[in-house]
Design a protein around this ligand. Structure first.
Ligand code: I3P
Length: 126
């Protein structure tokens, strides 16, 4: 049941720096490498930019595109086992990519977890 109090724009979030580690691609495990990444949720897609100014440049330069994560069919869940860091959640995409996202500030990471999970849940139902 759609909540009438929730605007349609809930599936977009302005950019923010989060710590990101890609730990698997196509089901294959990768060496963990945490990097600070400018994360944007736009039109139900998750976009990873190296830095905030890349977001502005990506509209002008074709070579400047972000890494795009398709959230349809993705699983979003908190994890305490995949990292020694606090406040980590994992995104597992339908094509077998696994990402960890983390920041020390709990309200910030909760906001991103909830928005991404919501988006994935809504996309899976449509
Ligand atoms: C990894 C690095 C990561 C750490 C990871 C280490 O070592 O220290 O920060 O993850 O732990 O293997 P290296 O740089 O030599 O690859 P966390 O910070 O998330 O704990 P892991 O192997 O338990 O994933």
């Amino acid at each position: 049941i759609p909540d009438p109090g929730q605007p349609q724009s809930q599936n977009s979030m302005k950019g923010e720096y989060l710590n990101k580690a890609k730990i698997a691609d196509g089901g294959k495990k990768l060496r963990k490498n945490w990097t600070s990444t400018w994360v944007v949720l736009e039109d139900n897609q998750l976009l990873f930019y190296k830095e905030s100014k890349q977001e502005a440049l990506s509209n002008l330069k074709p070579g400047c595109k972000p890494e795009k994560v398709d959230l349809c069919g993705a699983i979003v869940e908190w994890t305490t086992e995949k990292s020694s860091r606090k406040h980590v959640f994992q995104i597992t995409t339908s094509c077998g990519q696994e990402f960890l996202l983390q920041v020390d500030d709990y309200p910030t990471i909760c906001k991103w977890h909830d928005a991404i999970k919501n988006t994935a849940d809504i996309l899976s139902k449509t």
